[in-house]
Design a protein around this ligand. Structure first.
Ligand SMILES: [Zn+2]
Length: 238
């Protein structure tokens, strides 16, 4: 156990009000790639950058392409929770952790047993008809050939916040409340450069801010403890 892990263990052991804020790096150990990481095959298959394809205007203009990308890059139906998801659920059951705030849309925190999960960007496990509002699970989009349609004829939209769309205000409000009241705030698997992570961190008023990230975040954080490593591997040691 390194000195940093030992310090983290002391912080966790001594707290009953932990809030966890996680990004894409929390799910990479479950085999879910960050869709922003562009691989070599990407340009052969897609004409536009992911931020364009996953925008509201692109969704409206080119729904066939949107759903092709969405199915190929955002849906990971076989992914399973990893050590990070499991540890957070364990802390919540023990009454130590108050909430998980996540930028991920894979539902893996709930699959691991977490209950208070604030999904800032929505979830791929939910979708709804734009016309009648009927809810659908992930299978409808997964198994439809092109643009998924409701029995009423309306288009089925993933319950995911696209670029150009606003975040759910209630979710944001609750996230701010949890962070501002937290004793320990752990930020993991996110560069903090992506909105709204950077802004939300400013609501934290404590002095036990822990940052866990695989690549070092040089000078971009006011963290009290910085751990460079994979999130699951790190939490599994506690
Ligand atoms: Zn409908």
């Amino acid at each position: 156990m390194t000195d940093e892990i030992r310090r983290l263990k002391d912080i966790i052991d001594g707290s009953g009000n932990i809030v966890f804020f996680g990004g894409a790096g929390v799910s990479t150990e479950s085999g879910i790639p960050d869709f922003r990481s562009v691989d070599g095959l990407y340009h052969q298959q897609w004409d536009e950058p992911p931020e364009t394809i996953l925008s509201h205007s692109y969704y409206e203009r080119h729904p066939e392409n949107f759903f092709a990308f969405y199915r190929a890059k955002l849906l990971c139906p076989d992914a399973k929770p990893n050590a990070a998801h499991r540890k957070l659920a364990e802390w919540e059951r023990a009454g130590k952790l108050k909430a998980v705030i996540t930028q991920n849309i894979d539902g893996l925190h709930q699959a691991a047993g977490s209950r208070e999960v604030l999904e800032l960007h929505g979830s791929t496990l939910r979708s709804y008809c734009e016309k009648c509002g009927r809810f659908y699970g992930v299978d409808t989009i997964l198994h439809s050939a092109d643009v998924p349609l409701c029995a009423c004829g309306g288009r089925i939209k993933p319950d995911v916040v696209l670029y150009e769309e606003g975040l759910n205000e209630d979710t944001l409000y609750r996230a701010v409340k949890y962070i501002s009241e937290a004793d320990v705030l752990i930020i993991a698997g996110t560069s903090l450069a992506v909105y709204p992570a950077a802004g939300l961190v400013n609501y934290y008023r404590g002095h036990k801010l822990v940052v866990i990230n695989k690549t070092p975040l040089e000078g971009r954080t006011r963290a009290d403890l910085v751990i460079t490593g994979a999130v699951g591997e790190t939490l599994a040691q506690l």
